[in-house]
Design a protein. Structure first.
Length: 165
């Protein structure tokens, strides 16, 4: 816990707030590959199928300001590599909530036996996320030209990142 924000595993009571935050990022169309928003039904199933999910809770109000999902990036011989996504409510960005989510996610990934955390599609213009990942020790693997289609139909480069856990 830090600055009144605690990262913890999600519970059923958190799902409406998680869906709202997730959908905000999806609707912005500049960071997540998903195009369809979650409903209560699809959100419950989506979060339940992850290896784990964490939420950033304001300890004074109980409000949820962010979340992460963590799951395998692949199967079988590559099943030791995991992938994660992070979402912070737009009104709470810039308060280092994302950093807390990333650190907790890395710790949980290690506890689950994952050896590498890889981000497949970090949009090049998402400089705040990229700087956060680099500060946390992630290494950029390269650039995939035009790998992400923005909401406006334009294409932007993506930058995969990884870190050994």
């Amino acid at each position: 816990m830090d600055n009144g924000i605690m990262i913890r595993k999600y519970g059923a009571e958190d799902i409406p707030a998680m869906i709202e935050i997730w959908n905000e990022v999806v609707e912005e169309g500049i960071a997540f590959p998903q195009e369809d928003c979650l409903t209560v039904e699809t959100g419950k199933a989506f979060f339940a199928q992850q290896s784990t999910c964490g939420v950033a809770e304001d300890t004074e109000t109980g409000n949820i300001f962010g979340l992460y999902i963590l799951h395998p990036n692949n199967i079988g011989r590559c099943g030791h590599i995991c992938n994660a996504s992070y979402a912070v409510a737009s009104a709470k960005r810039g308060l280092h909530i994302g950093e807390k989510l990333v650190k907790d996610c890395m710790a949980e990934a290690g506890k689950l036996g994952f050896k590498v955390l890889q981000f497949n599609a970090v949009v090049a213009s998402n400089v705040h996320a990229r700087h956060l990942y680099e500060r946390a020790g992630f290494r950029q693997l390269g650039v995939i030209p035009g790998g992400f289609r923005l909401k406006n139909g334009m294409y932007e480069d993506i930058c995969p990142y990884y870190i050994e856990l």
